[in-house]
Design a protein around this ligand. Structure first.
Ligand code: BES
Ligand code: MG
Ligand code: ZN
Length: 494
């Protein structure tokens, strides 16, 4: 998809479909802009008839006959006072969905000047591309319907904006890669396949790669991670990718960790009833965000920041050697864990990943994980939960997510809840009581992080997948987190 800015006016533009944002309350004067295509009075009539007032989420399509433009889709933006860049994204997505199979060349007209036009146009370009993304890899026949192959953002300064738009490709490629990883079924995206994907990234984008096999993980004492992998016929792979800037004076070193359960059956605490075992291919959503970010980072090449990407990949399955509920295992920092629930496996894999990350002595660690159903209950599928003791890191990540239009909400790291993780036989047990289940999960992870290293945990159990088309995401894998992580690193790098 080619996305560019053009300084033309509507009367000079031609293409198959025009998407136009309309602010609430100022419709009359705005209609004048389209006079070369359609009479103002006719438009007004149609708006009145359809009760289209420019309110958020409203849309109205008008087909044109005998024009260079075949269709205009008007999309409401709400009032000018309340307008956010996210509203432009959403409007562009609503318009795009109307015309997904109609047009090869799309024009977009939005109030760019309400914001920094570079930021607004990048956001909208990303929204259009990510809205139209479709994963057809697992269909035997691929529908070659009329796809959008060209997008022009109308009424912008070509010289400055087209330079800014160059960012869209690396960012969307990272998000799309993450979505593909998540939507791939568990018989395809196995732990070894995930390791292969990392290897491909390393080769294609010049990243360093270290993969630890089971033996090497044993040597490092990763008893928590390996305990989860025991019940599967598939071998675990511990993936460590890294990006180092050419610049010798590195300002920051950060580690991104993603939960990488290519399937989570629950283990002997099998997922039954409404626990949606059939969806658990997305339990590697954290690793997808991290590898998606790796792809983008390796293309945008931050100058002053070294970035490590870590995934302890495995499956949570059942066989004769699987973890028993009640087993006591030992993590690589020496702590012993009573596994009172085999379905709380993500935190076991992350425990050893966090210990490994701390040994790199970074300035910050961020982990992303589809960790708890409780987080979905608390925040739904549009907000991820953020846990950290570090206010600065919390602010940085929140700003990065806001800028990406990805929902995030800081949750309490309530230390007294740690009593719920007391074990009578080991140092701690892996689950606490049901209430506050996402908080005890975060507190469990904290036990494996060196206290002097700023660390944040993001629970994406709700946000990594959507059951319906939503904001800039088609139904399915969202790629949540890639853009937040990239924004965060870009800001650190400045
Ligand atoms: N992968 C699940 C969490 C999950 C649940 C993600 C629903 C997405 C949707 C995780 O491994 C898990 O099973 N957690 C348990 C923890 C419990 C046993 C304390 C859960 O949330 O039920
Ligand atoms: Mg589980
Ligand atoms: Zn899980």
């Amino acid at each position: 998809m080619k996305i560019s800015a053009v300084s033309k006016e509507i009367s000079e533009w031609s293409g198959s479909v025009l998407i136009a944002g309309v602010l609430e309350g100022t419709t009359k004067s705005q209609l004048n802009l389209f006079k070369s295509l359609v009479k103002e009075t006719y438009l007004l009539e149609r708006f009145n008839y359809a009760k289209f007032e420019g309110k958020k989420n409203q849309k109205l399509s008008i087909d044109l006959i005998d024009k260079n433009v075949k269709k205009i889709v008007f999309v409401g933006l709400g009032t000018a006072e309340n307008l956010l860049i996210q509203d432009l994204r959403i409007a562009a997505s609503i318009g795009t969905r109307q015309v997904l199979s109609h047009g090869s060349k799309l024009g977009i007209l939005l109030p760019w000047d309400a914001f920094d036009p570079s930021a607004a146009s990048v956001a909208v370009g990303e929204a259009i591309r990510l809205t139209s993304f479709k994963d057809q890899r697992f269909k035997s026949e691929v529908k070659e319907s009329n796809q959008i192959n060209e997008v022009e953002l109308i009424g912008l300064d070509e010289n400055t904006i087209n330079l800014a738009l160059a960012e869209i490709n690396p960012i969307c490629s990272g998000v799309e890669f993450a979505r593909q990883l998540v939507s791939a079924p568990p018989n395809f995206l196995t732990p070894s396949q995930l390791a292969k994907e990392a290897k491909k990234l390393a080769n294609d984008y010049n990243l360093k790669l270290k993969i630890l096999d089971k033996k090497e993980c044993e040597n490092r004492g990763m008893g928590a991670y390996l305990a989860v992998a025991k019940g599967s016929d598939l071998e675990p792979y511990f993936i460590h990718l890294s990006y180092t800037p050419g610049n010798a004076k590195i300002k920051n070193k950060v580690v991104l960790i993603g939960k990488g359960l290519t399937f989570d059956s629950g283990g002997y605490n099998l997922k039954v009833g409404a626990s949606q075992i059939e969806k658990m291919k997305y339990d590697m959503g954290g690793s997808a965000s991290v590898l998606g970010a790796a792809r983008t980072i390796s293309e945008i090449k931050p100058k002053n920041t070294e970035v490590h990407f870590i995934v302890a990949a495995c499956e949570n399955m059942i066989n004769g050697s699987a973890l028993h509920p009640g087993d006591v295992i030992k993590a690589s920092n020496g702590k012993t864990i009573e596994v009172n629930n085999t379905d709380a496996e993500g935190r076991l894999t992350l425990a050893d990943a966090l210990v490994y990350a701390c040994k790199l002595q970074p300035n910050a660690i961020v982990d992303l994980a589809t960790l708890t159903g409780a987080c979905v209950i608390a925040l739904g599928d549009e907000m991820a939960g953020l846990w950290t003791d570090n206010d600065r890191l919390s602010e940085q990540i929140t700003i990065a997510a806001d800028k990406a239009g990805e929902g995030i909400w800081r949750m309490p790291m309530k230390d007294s809840y740690k009593s719920g993780l007391k074990s009578s036989i080991a140092d701690l047990q892996n689950t606490g009581p049901r209430p506050g289940g996402s908080i005890t999960a975060a507190l469990f992870l904290k036990e494996f992080v060196q206290t002097n290293i700023p660390w944040a945990h993001i629970d994406i159990a709700g946000t990594c997948w959507t059951e319906k088309d939503r904001d800039i995401t088609p139904k399915g894998a969202t790629g949540y987190g890639v853009r937040t992580l990239v924004n965060w690193i870009k800001e650190l790098d400045n």
